[in-house]
Design a protein around this ligand. Sequence first.
Ligand code: PLP
Length: 286
Amino acid sequence: RVAYVNGQYVPHSHAAVHVEDRGYQFSDGVYEVCEVWRGQIVDMTAHLDRLDRSLSELQIASPMSRAALVQVMKEVISLNRVKNGLIYMQVSRGVAPRDHYFPPAGTLPSVVMTAKSVPAGKMDKVAEQGVGVITVEENRWDRVDIKTVGLLPNVLAKQKAKEAGAREAWFVDKNGLITEGGSTNAWIILKNGTLVTRPATHGILKGITRAGVLKLAEMKGFSVEERGFSLEEAKSAQEAFLTSASGLVMPVVKINETILGDGRPGPIVQDLRKSFHEASELIKLE
Ligand code: PLP
């Protein structure tokens, strides 16, 4: 495997950043994960737009032109022979002697990128069974709309889920409403077929897959309510699911100890999963 690190393509096993990289010392950086599907980058423009927004919210300089970034994406995919898989890219505020204040103007942001293959059908197998979620108290900062590498609460929540035999943890805010998962957006489907997901304010990451499902739902004529929902409402929902670039539309069949419906992925979520890419921008790799 090969990774991109600050202008160079290096063996993945040797790919490293400096010990005084601010991403490493302060989580002072942002990232994106994009899906590669059948040799195409899914929703690339939306991911790069969100990267620009995350950088600008943190006043980190744009590390390179978009055309150059796209070139690196294509190179990393091709060098790793990825047909189906994921691209990871991270931009930090750069390397400077440790000091909380921003480093001197002219400090170059660090950029790293990797790509890995995920066997086609691997996530489909998970989706066939559906997954469980647990709920945890929302304990993240109030700007989780910025996709920063500061993911410690997410790491702890997801580990707790894993230890409980679940796949995801849903954060519950102080009003008793679910915000999102540790690495996914959260959705429920009511008995009348309406899709419900929390509005994209500062309290959740505005998922690209979430936007894709909103578009798909509109194409299919499903009604959607963008509003908060409680654990109680979720437990009595007909279906539920998670969205993310790595898992796409992932059916939820269990919330804490409550089994949803008959404990199997329902028809609406299966339909959304099957037709997800119909609503995506697909950029071919030459
Ligand atoms: N919410 C959080 C906290 C995430 O980390 C992610 C993805 O990593 C998502 C939601 C889903 O976003 P996307 O659909 O853009 O992958």
